[in-house]
Design a binder for this molecule. Structure first.
Ligand SMILES: CC(C)(COP(=O)(O)OP(=O)(O)OC[C@H]1O[C@@H](n2cnc3c(N)ncnc32)[C@H](O)[C@@H]1OP(=O)(O)O)[C@@H](O)C(=O)NCCC(=O)NCCSC(=O)Cc1ccccc1
Length: 172
């Protein structure tokens, strides 16, 4: 697939798609996420629908950026809470993924969000930073903040992820 603009200034060179499942056996979680940032995989389709993208990863940390727009409004004219929640779930989950070994997969088991300030199409680009709090063998807990360019807190959240063998994904 050809290049897709996720939102102005953020482009996915390989368009939209997902990571081949076989690559979960070949690369660690951190390596897979870095490969997304490096444009070696297409961006996940939801990145295009909701205008956000992964921009930084390191051990125990993942940062997304996103642009709220008119297409994310709820009927009352604010950006729907699901938009902020999606960015938070992404940063919370990927912070966990940065610590996974080759052959490990994971999923969100539960997460909690607080919306501290309204988001509007005028808010501009936001930054969502997820960090690991605890990593066990089968469960990991993370925390994340969503801030505007001035550093004002728009929302924050915590999450529990379940960790399991990547071979379990194939059965889905
Ligand atoms: C109202 C409250 C929840 C609580 O406020 P409090 O604890 O009493 O705190 P406080 O009043 O001190 O305000 C704190 C800061 O917020 C600012 N601000 C407040 N109100 C306004 C305003 N009207 N306009 C502009 N700014 C406003 C205020 O200036 C201050 O900022 P500052 O420190 O000066 O820079 C607030 O945290 C909030 O709006 N959170 C976001 C909630 C949210 O966006 N949820 C998701 C969307 S809902 C959804 O999608 C569901 C749905 C689906 C389908 C259909 C329908 C619905």
């Amino acid at each position: 697939m050809s290049e897709v603009e996720l939102y102005p200034g953020r482009v996915s060179p390989l368009g939209l798609g997902t990571i081949p499942l076989g690559d979960l056996l070949e690369y660690s979680g951190l390596e897979l996420l870095q490969r997304i940032i490096d444009g070696k995989y297409p961006a996940p389709p939801i990145s295009f629908r909701l205008n956000f993208t992964l921009t930084e990863v390191s051990e125990g940390r993942a940062v997304f950026r996103g642009m709220p727009s008119e297409r994310h409004l709820n009927p009352l004219g604010g950006v729907h809470g699901g938009w902020a929640a999606t960015l938070l779930d992404s940063a919370l989950a990927c912070a966990v993924q940065t610590l996974l070994e080759k052959g490990e997969a994971y999923t969100t088991a539960e997460f909690k969000v607080n919306f501290t300030r309204p988001i509007t199409p005028k808010t501009g680009e936001v930054v969502c930073e997820g960090k690991i709090v605890h990593k066990g063998r089968t469960l990991a807990v993370s925390e994340a903040t969503l801030k505007d360019a001035q550093g004002k807190l728009l929302a924050f959240g915590t999450e529990t992820c379940s960790i399991f063998p990547a071979s379990n994904l194939a059965a889905r």
